[in-house]
Design a protein around this ligand. Structure first.
Ligand code: FES
Length: 172
C-alpha cells in the first residue's frame, strides 16, 4: 500500500450547496461548465486546490479527474499548493519587462528574503510571477490575492505595500 496517498476529500453540505448553485446555471449535460466556479469555491474555503479536492470535485460533477486537473493547471489563479496570506503576482511578460517588471520582482525577492515561487517563513507572503495582467500601460503591475491590481509599482511603492501589509498583520 502506498503510504503517500492522502485521504479522499469530503466536501461539507454547505460546500455542496454552493456547488449546486453553480451547476444549476447550466443544462444538466453541461455540468462541467461549473468547474471553474467550483474550483474557486474550494480555493476560497481551503486556500488552495489539492489533487484530492480535484478528484472529489470530478466525482461530484461526473467527469474524470483529469478534466478538472487540466483547468486547475491552466489558470494560474488556482493555487496548486498552500500559499501565504498575501499572494503577490508580479507581471513579467515582455511589455512589463520593458518597464521594470523583472526589477520589481527582484526587489520583492530581496525585500521578502525569498525567491520567486516561495513563501515567507511566517506564512505571510507568497511571491509569484504572472503572465500579462491586462494593464501593460501601468507597468510594473502586480496582483494581490488574485483580486487587487497594483499599478506603477516603483520600489518605494512595493516597500510601502509590503510594510503596510506586515503592519496590518502586527508583524511590522
Ligand atoms: S505585460 Fe504586464 S500587464 Fe501586460
Amino acid at each position: 500500500m502506498n503510504a503517500a496517498v492522502s485521504a479522499p476529500v469530503q466536501f461539507s453540505a454547505a460546500t455542496i450547496a454552493r456547488f449546486d448553485r453553480e451547476v444549476a446555471k447550466y443544462p444538466p449535460e453541461q455540468r462541467i461548465s461549473a468547474v471553474m466556479a467550483c474550483l474557486s469555491i474550494i480555493q476560497q474555503e481551503q486556500g488552495w486546490v489539492s489533487t484530492e479536492a480535484e478528484a472529489a470535485l470530478a466525482a461530484y460533477i461526473g467527469v474524470e479527474p483529469i478534466a478538472v486537473h487540466e483547468v486547475t493547471t491552466f489558470y494560474n489563479m488556482y493555487n496548486q499548493r498552500p500559499v501565504g496570506k498575501f499572494k503577490l503576482n508580479v507581471c513579467t511578460n515582455l511589455p512589463c519587462q520593458l518597464r521594470d517588471g523583472q526589477k520589481a520582482l527582484h526587489h520583492l525577492e530581496h525585500k521578502l528574503g525569498i525567491a520567486m515561487g516561495e513563501t515567507t517563513p511566517d506564512g505571510l507572503f507568497t511571491l509569484q510571477q504572472s503572465e500579462c495582467l491586462g494593464a501593460c500601460a501601468d507597468a510594473p503591475v502586480m496582483l494581490v490575492n488574485d483580486r487587487h491590481m497594483c499599478s506603477f509599482m516603483s520600489h518605494d511603492k512595493l516597500d510601502q505595500l509590503v510594510d503596510g501589509l506586515r503592519a496590518a498583520e502586527g508583524k511590522a
